[in-house]
Design a protein around this ligand. Sequence first.
Ligand SMILES: Nc1nc2c(ncn2[C@@H]2O[C@H](COP(=O)(O)OP(=O)(O)OP(=O)(O)O)[C@@H](O)[C@H]2O)c(=O)[nH]1
Ligand SMILES: [Mg+2]
Length: 297
Amino acid sequence: MSTFFSRLKKGLSRSRDALAHMVPGGSVDALSEEDWIDIEDGLIMADCGGELSGSLVQKARKYRGSSIEALKTSMLGMIPETTPVNEPESGPFVLLVVGVNGTGKTTTIGKLATMFRQQGKSVLVGAGDTFRAAAVEQLAVWVERAGADLVRQHEGADPAAVAFDTVQRGIARNYDVVIVDTAGRVQTDRGLMDELAKVRRVITKAYPEAPHEVWQVVDGGTGQNAVVQVEKFREVAGTSGLIVTKLDGSGKGGIVLQLSHKFGLPIRYIGVGETLEDLMPFNGEEFVDSLLPEHIR
Ligand SMILES: Nc1nc2c(ncn2[C@@H]2O[C@H](COP(=O)(O)OP(=O)(O)OP(=O)(O)O)[C@@H](O)[C@H]2O)c(=O)[nH]1
Ligand SMILES: [Mg+2]
């Protein structure tokens, strides 16, 4: 087993353990009505959502063979195929990172910057969270460690101005990758959501085809509120992909399935811990394999 896969399995162990108590083994034919209700409850508790859990069970019941395999197949059917990242043929790839407070935006940017640097790309990061000096410092540490460069302004500066500067500098100095951090905000805060729309608009003014991607970072332990968050951010900021973090901390891995199914947005990365290696590219098959128990209660 690759270290990557074992890390993923370890990260999802809580979700898997939760499901292991609910999903009986044996073949689909051997399961009783009650077993199926248990399975559906287990899926709901793992945050697959009521509607999706219902259709997962419905689909799984039609398969023959082992119940675990049937569930795996029906789960995989819920994950849209991942499209390639919208990288430009020339000029910097501009990525805007958005999301609710504390979901893991800044640390994720640090990790992404490190990955891009390891691929030999030059990386410029914009400190668009200008609310707190500490936010800029936190980002600066990550950026330095990654060997990337930072654009920052004074505390309280207009985040849209920082984003504009960053993109302009990224173009002028020919960076391969430009990443713009933003302050966390709840989707119900009208003023802050308007501000985010402005950040996006101004990036497009600096570089008409940008942002190439807008990745929303979602805390995997949030529960059903994650659905509302993605709905609103997609509307305001044009979320084009998702990163689901903190999947290690809860038994709620099903949220990944629910979000990818509901919105058809690609899950780009998932976070299963705080270290660099804990942010990993999302692979539907590996994810589903790690989420479901191999053995049976
Ligand atoms: N366990 C765990 N912790 C994580 C993961 N990703 C991020 N964190 C932690 O979550 C905390 C918040 O991360 P930040 O990157 O500061 O979050 P943010 O979205 O930038 O926060 P704001 O800028 O305040 O909105 C940090 O302590 C991270 O180490 C993960 O996958 N698993
Ligand atoms: Mg932050």
